[in-house]
Structures are given as structure tokens and as C-alpha cells.
Design a protein around this ligand. Sequence first.
Ligand SMILES: C[S@@+](CC[C@H](N)C(=O)[O-])C[C@H]1O[C@@H](n2cnc3c(N)ncnc32)[C@H](O)[C@@H]1O
Length: 225
Amino acid sequence: MSRSIGLSPELVDYVRSANRPEHPALARCRAETDAMGDVSRMQISPEQGAFLQMCARLISARTAVEVGVFTGYSALATILAMRDMHGDAARLIGCDISEDYTGKARSYWDEAGVSDQVELCIGDARETLAGLTETRAGTVDMIFIDADKTGYDAYYEAALTLVRHGGLILFDNVLWGGDVVDADRISEDADTAALVALAEKLRTDTRVDIAFTTLGDGILMALKR
Ligand SMILES: C[S@@+](CC[C@H](N)C(=O)[O-])C[C@H]1O[C@@H](n2cnc3c(N)ncnc32)[C@H](O)[C@@H]1O
């Protein structure tokens, strides 16, 4: 799991214990993902999960899309908050290319009783989102983008079609471990260059209002006007 850049381990523990305890299925997802080793760094932190839940509550989100499901933590956090507000009407559409990672997610969603409210679309998210824009334009409340970084711009453009006015688009990892201020990384690494280009684009994009936050590895928020 990631942790906020610049926070000591003691401060990270303080923040985590100051938040409400995770749902048991979220805690099991985190523990079992940690046991997968290095790859577990892809999972959002508990405080980022609490943040996503608060975002969903602030805009009374009922329908969400997630690009990059992995073992299901952020999707579960989001659907739990939406179900709390909207009951069985809450829906989350998750996009991922990996059957292997997302196969683990289902058991946490089952444990939390939300499996019926999560639709998993396996395949390149560019294609999945293109399909969704045909049928669900303007109907989605919140989109969390946390997959391949070179895809972020394409995901953003599709997300702008999918979300309603006042809908929220969130991008994870916009600090990219600090690489976004390293000139060598920007010129050598396509992921870093894509994240810097996205931040520059959104700074002047009149279709959205934005807040660039430093939570975790950086979460960039864009609210559709
Ligand atoms: C950082 S992880 C997502 C973490 C997840 N949000 C969580 O909190 O546990 C990124 C995920 O994006 C998926 N991914 C990578 N490229 C993709 C693509 N082109 N389309 C859809 N999913 C993709 C990977 O399989 C991986 O599961």
C-alpha cells in the first residue's frame, strides 16, 4: 500500500488510527494484498480509501466507475459509501485488464455483500470506456482513475463524457513518487511525462475545476463544470 510522501511512519500510524476503522472486508483485502509482496504498492492506502468515501458522500454519488481495480480495495471502499447512501441502487463499474488480480477482489466484495452492485469489465480500459460513453454519457457521478499512467489522458477525455455536471474525476499517483519534478525522469520515462502533461493540461482546462492534493502519492481532483 502507498503512504503519503513526506510523512514519518509515526504520522502515518497517527492518521490511520484517527480515521474510523476499516470495514472487515477492506481490512482483509489490505492484509492479503500486503502478503502478495512488492505488487501490493499498487493498492491505495486506508486514508485514501476514507478520502474516496468522503468524496462519494460529498457529491451523493450513486454510480461510479473505477479504472484500475487490482484486488478491489478502492472499489470496495467506494461502493460501501454509495450503498450506505443509496442502498441497492448504488452501482460501480470496475475496469481492469487482469483476471488474476480482480479474481481476488470478488471474495472481498462477497464478504461485504456488495458483489451484485459491482460490474467488472475485463479488458483494456480504453475500449471499455469507449463502450460506456455510448450508453452512459452524463450518468456517472464519480470516476477514480488508477491504472496505466500513459492512458490517463484518454481516460480523462472519456470520463468527461461519462460524468454528469458536478461529477468528480480523481486521478491517483500524480506525484509519481516525486519523479514529476525530476527533469531526467520526465524526458526518459513515458509514465512520468504523461502525468506531468496531464497536470499541465488540467491547470488550464475550463471544462473542470481542479484541486491537486498530496494525499498518498498525490490525488488530482477534477470537478466537471
Ligand atoms: C494501481 S493498480 C489499481 C489499484 C486499485 N485502485 C486499488 O486501490 O487496489 C492498477 C491496475 O490497473 C490495471 N491496468 C493496467 N493497465 C490497464 C489498462 N490498459 N486497462 C485496464 N486496467 C489496466 C492493472 O491490472 C492493475 O490492476
